[in-house]
Design a protein around this ligand. Structure first.
Ligand code: PHE
Length: 459
């Protein structure tokens, strides 16, 4: 094994974030997205609120945070694409080069997620216009549901909106780290926070805030099933973008002097805060207008617009909400594309422009599978799932946790202790906790998700 020093860099010199905040903002941008504003409120709503949220918070702290540290560690030490970094680090540890397969798995997972993510992100884009044009004002539940169905049933409209999303994403990623991702995060993330705070303020004054708080924070453990616990676990990985190579590739642009531990705490903290604030913005309004908090994926595209249509300044607030959602999804689509671009440029020695053009085109073509699954392929199902549902299920329930499991095993069992200790530079106690989680707690928990997914109840 080679000797280790703190400032050692194994890979070639690389683009860098302009300052530590840029890295924190971009990584938070990757984490904050549909997972927080679309999935989290409706899953929490379906699983009864408080108790689910408590389990979710425990999962973030006990499992998400340690795996996030591991991904940043791999990226920063390998200083290459996720595939290259694992290759470099496996060699450093004197282990099999096959470990780079973990990088390939993670890059592929991010790429596949991107193919359906741009479709849902396209809904958010299209809803800005709808909200601004007053389409929800005074509308009935049937009319609002009708608007949602009209969008989903039109493949050309869906494909056009996803084309807009992937094009904007390619444009930003093509500009590189400092001029593209860094700058975009500086505009989009503060914008998102400001809008979110306005929305929470509005919900506080106009909605049934007390009931919203009660719904979110008073746990009713009777509503908690094994399924909810495992759902919370899967959601924690998806929301923190773990197992998808995004954090690894962002970590590879991280300068040596930045503390991985503090940064990961910030990112996980802000991601959780946004999920909770999104709940606080949504539930008080949904409850105030007598609507159902557990209405599933349609919560923000059907239930919430119904509330926007009835409340004071609803057009303005609704428009702000969908602008915020668009900002949140864009910083995630950027993070989902970057790992592939870094791999393609490294592997094929092509320019960023060529890589972005090729990858963007392939993503868009593959996204048609998701587009069609809402209309012309709606009846084609495998195991009762449409193409979109299957892709979401395979990537979120299997590939992300598998990637995270392998990352945990690699950092916990393959990478030398001196290497992780020097790169992480944590206090003695924090390091021991991190290592215990990465070696035992995270792998066991993830294996439980798998057992549950194949129908074997682990309890
Ligand atoms: N974390 C993002 C969200 O919550 C989704 C995502 C997954 C983004 C994996 C990047 C990588 O929406």
């Amino acid at each position: 094994m080679i000797p280790v020093s703190k400032s050692q860099s194994l890979g070639p010199s690389r683009a860098k974030w302009s300052n530590p905040w840029a890295f924190i903002l971009a990584t938070t941008g990757s984490a904050v997205g549909l997972g927080n504003i679309w999935k989290f409120p409706y899953i929490a709503g379906e699983h009864g609120g408080g108790a689910f949220i408590l389990v979710y918070l425990i999962c973030i702290l006990l499992l998400g945070l340690p795996v996030m540290l591991a991904e940043m560690l791999i990226g920063r030490r390998g200083k290459s694409s996720p595939v290259g970094s694992l290759d470099v680090l496996a060699r450093e540890a004197g282990s099999s080069p096959l470990w780079k397969g973990v990088g390939m798995l993670a890059v592929t997972t991010g790429f596949l997620i991107l193919t359906f993510y741009i479709v849902v992100s396209g809904w958010a884009f299209s809803y800005i216009h709808r909200a601004a044009s007053g389409a929800f004002t005074g509308a009935t539940a049937e009319q609002i549901d009708g608007l949602y169905q009209v969008l989903l049933s039109d493949p050309i409209r869906l494909a056009s909106w996803s084309a807009v999303v992937i094009f904007v994403t390619m444009f930003i990623v093509n500009r590189g780290i400092e001029k593209g991702i860094d700058k975009a995060s500086y505009i989009l993330m503060p914008g998102l926070f400001v809008i979110l705070l306005i929305l929470v303020g509005y919900a506080m004054t106009t909605g049934h805030f007390g009931e919203g708080i009660r719904f979110m924070f008073f746990p009713d453990f009777q509503k908690l099933s094994v399924d909810s616990v495992l759902m919370a676990l899967g959601q924690a990985f998806f929301s923190l973008s773990l197992g998808s190579a995004a954090t690894m590739v962002y970590g590879s642009y991280m300068p040596q002097h930045i503390s991985i531990g503090k940064t990961a705490l910030w990112v996980a903290g802000m991601d959780t805060l946004v999920a909770l604030l999104a709940g606080l913005a949504i539930f008080p309004l949904v409850i105030a207008y007598g609507l159902h908090a557990g209405s599933g994926p349609g919560l923000i595209f059907v239930t919430l617009p119904l509330a926007f249509g009835q409340m004071p300044f609803g057009t303005f607030i609704g428009t702000l909400f969908f602008i915020m959602l668009t900002f949140a999804t864009l910083t995630s689509t950027i993070a989902l594309l970057e790992p592939s671009i870094s791999w393609l440029t490294e592997r094929l020695r092509i320019s960023r422009f060529q890589a972005c053009a090729a990858a963007g085109l392939v993503v868009w073509v593959l996204s048609l599978g998701t587009v069609f699954s809402f209309n012309i392929w709606a009846d084609i199902t495998v195991f009762g799932k449409t193409f979109f549902e299957l892709l979401d299920y395979i990537t979120s329930a299997w590939m992300l946790p598998l990637g995270s499991l392998l990352v945990a095993l690699f950092c916990g069992w393959v990478m030398a202790r001196v290497v992780s200790a020097s790169e992480l530079n944590l206090s003695q106690r924090a390091y021991v906790l991190w290592r215990a989680s990465i070696r035992y707690v995270a792998p066991v928990a993830i294996l439980m998700i798998f057992l549950n997914a194949i129908g074997l109840n682990p309890f």
